[in-house]
Design a protein around this ligand. Structure first.
Ligand code: DGT
Ligand code: MG
Length: 595
């Protein structure tokens, strides 16, 4: 379809996308290798969040009800995975291994178990070292300082599977295409090397996609899973009668599967292409709920182009130029850089839900302590880094510095719904929250987290709880969440900006903090993030009521947050505790006759 929009491909980069195989299960297997040979499922609430490949061979799958999994494979070992600490720690360790594998340090994390690496500089450097007369006996140099560090490889051929499986006749290819092919070949060998390193040094197998941008590398990695890799071959541009492989590859995908096209955008596009609302699939629980519309359907739809997409997708609340952006994505164009990951999560929270509701103050205080200590330990894990410079060589333990400072402490609870006028109880329970400035005591690196948690409870969380629940007793709480939010990032990598390095500030505070008591000022306004602002009279408690299924976390960036997995609701029909994300599907299961 002719249109004025010109699509500009940039294939100058080589990007690898890593997806860890059955990640949670692998973490558990690494802790207990005996589990590698048995079917293993990881349970969160009533759901199998993942399972190892032995379990998958026997019919188990991700996001299956535990009851169903037990029926299909009674011999499966089921391990509780509700405490995310071990997964988070493994994820950080893997990320750091992968980041150190590339010269640029350009590594970007998505969720716990996906990482992109930009290895353009390593590939280009090694292309320069090739002997065109003897590609089969090449040496991939992994260090610019030491030419002996590296591995031997055959640069005449791609390592591992490719898309398409067989390449077209390369004698007719252009110089540019040949160059791109060579760079992808080198990318594939480097991917193998890193993948094997991850497996042998860290114990994790992974699946890798090799391409020229984040979008394509992520999608092509899925072609051969698990423990494998796939390279998308040129031509990336159409050549004569030969279609671009990228177009062929993307055309097969359902529009909702394209990263960057979220569920709402996908639904709008489907509606436009079909000319009606898409049908809801009758599949139980985990089936797709949408009618399939492929990229090919979209791309070839009458008058389709960036302008029409803008018309369909644009409007209040959508980002500017959304039509052009989506048009690019469905052509495999993605200019987004592989960034150094935003090191700082937007918030850290710890929560627990209680089947037997909490009723007494002692119970509440005990839980506040458990959550408070977990929160402080989590802050150490995610917000402290070892200091490279200024370390005292005499010290065996490196100094640590805070890389960010959460300014707000938030306490949320979920009380039993109040009685309505007719004496019945509302079905949905809601969370209520209160925020206050984060007391400085939590930043002390001198005292043990358990001692700090005692102080955090006495000096901040209990006063906040009292303001949240005015009644002296008689509460019935099914959930408590304690969160560190409103992060102020330290001046990272800007060594010259000493005045703004709050890490240094906190370090100095460490010395002073030993006897420092902080007065909690829950009503201090300027410290509060806007959604948590209190009413203007200064008297009204800063209480926010949210729907129980709403995502509580800020949505920008990485939330080091355990709430997603632990937000469970009780099903009104069977009274099972179901993770919030699966509740709608679970209700549908009952609607369709499941019991
Ligand atoms: P894979 O990549 O197909 O071999 O299997 P996994 O287990 O690595 O699955 P993946 O990559 O989709 O997700 C990584 C981990 O995240 C997985 O081990 C468990 C967790 N996870 C995945 N989906 C969900 C979900 O919908 N809810 C919760 N709570 N956790 C999930
Ligand atoms: Mg995975």
């Amino acid at each position: 379809m002719p249109n004025a929009w010109s699509l500009q491909r940039d294939d100058s980069r080589i990007v690898l996308h890593f997806d860890l195989d059955c990640f949670y299960a692998s973490v558990v297997e690494n802790e207990n290798p005996a589990l590698k040979s048995v079917p293993l499922a990881i349970q969160q609430k009533q759901i199998v969040v993942t399972c190892n490949y032995e379990a998958r061979r026997r019919g188990l799958r991700k996001l299956q009800l535990i009851s169903e999994a037990k029926r299909i494979c009674p011999e499966a070992v089921i391990v509780l995975g509700e405490d995310l600490t071990r997964f988070r720690d493994a994820s950080k360790d893997i990320y750091s291994f992968l980041q150190q594998s590339v010269w640029s340090g350009r590594a970007e994390r998505l969720g716990f178990d996906e990482v992109w690496l930009d290895c353009t500089d390593m590939v280009d450097y090694n292309v320069g070292l090739l002997n065109p007369n003897d590609l089969t006996h090449s040496f991939f140099c992994l260090s610019q300082e030491d030419p002996t560090v590296g591995f031997e490889y055959d640069a005449s051929t791609v390592f591992g599977p490719t898309y398409p499986t067989h390449s077209h006749d390369s004698t007719s290819c252009t110089e540019e295409e040949a160059q791109l092919r060579l760079r992808l070949v080198l990318g594939s060998h480097l991917a193998r090397h890193i993948r094997h390193g991850l497996e042998h040094q860290k114990g994790y197998t992974s699946t890798v996609g090799i391409a020229t941008n984040k979008l394509l590398s992520k999608l092509v990695g899925n072609v051969n899973k698990p423990k494998n890799q796939t390279t998308i071959l040129p031509p990336y541009q159409p050549v004569g009668h030969v279609d671009a492989t990228v177009t062929r590859f993307l055309d097969e995908h359902e529009i909702g599967k394209i990263p960057g096209v979220g569920s709402k955008l996908a639904q709008k596009i489907r509606t436009r292409v079909l000319g009606r609302e898409p049908d809801v699939s009758e599949d139980l629980l985990y089936g797709g709920t949408k009618e399939s519309v492929t990229v090919l359907d979209v791309r070839t739809h009458h008058m389709m182009g960036p302008e029409l997409l803008e018309e369909v997708l644009g409007g209040p609340g959508s980002s500017r130029g959304i039509g052009g952006k989506v048009w690019e994505l469905i052509h495999g164009i993605d200019d987004s850089e592989v960034g150094k990951v935003r090191r700082v999560p937007s918030q850290i929270s710890q929560e627990d839900s209680y089947m037997k509701h909490l009723h007494s103050f002692d119970e509440v205080k005990k839980q506040l302590h458990i959550l408070g200590e977990r929160l402080i330990r989590r802050m150490h894990m995610d917000l402290l880094e070892d200091e490279e410079e200024e370390s005292d060589p005499e010290r065996s333990v490196p100094r640590r510095r805070w890389i960010a400072h959460p300014r707000t402490l938030r306490l949320s609870t979920r009380p039993r719904p109040a009685l309505t006028l007719d004496g019945t109880r509302q079905r949905m329970s809601h969370r209520i929250s209160r925020s206050a400035p984060m007391p400085n005591l939590v930043f002390s690196l001198v005292e043990d987290p358990s001692i700090l948690a005692d102080r955090l409870v006495d000096e901040a969380l209990v006063p906040m709880f009292r303001k949240l629940h005015h009644e002296k007793a008689g509460w019935s709480l099914s959930l408590i969440n304690v969160a560190a939010t409103n992060m102020a990032e330290a001046a990272a990598e800007r060594k010259d900006s000493e005045g703004r390095d709050i890490g240094k500030m906190f370090r100095r505070q460490d010395e002073v903090l030993k006897d420092f008591r902080v007065k909690v000022e829950p009503d201090s306004r300027e410290e509060l993030p806007s959604p948590w602002m209190e009413a203007p009279d200064g008297q009204t408690p800063n209480v926010e009521v949210k729907g129980a299924n709403m995502d509580f976390a800020a949505t920008d960036g990485w939330d080091s947050d355990c709430s997603e997995s632990q937000q469970a609701e009780r099903c009104e029909c069977c009274h099972s505790s179901i993770p919030a994300f699966a509740l709608a599907a679970h209700r549908r299961y009952h609607e369709l006759g499941g019991s």
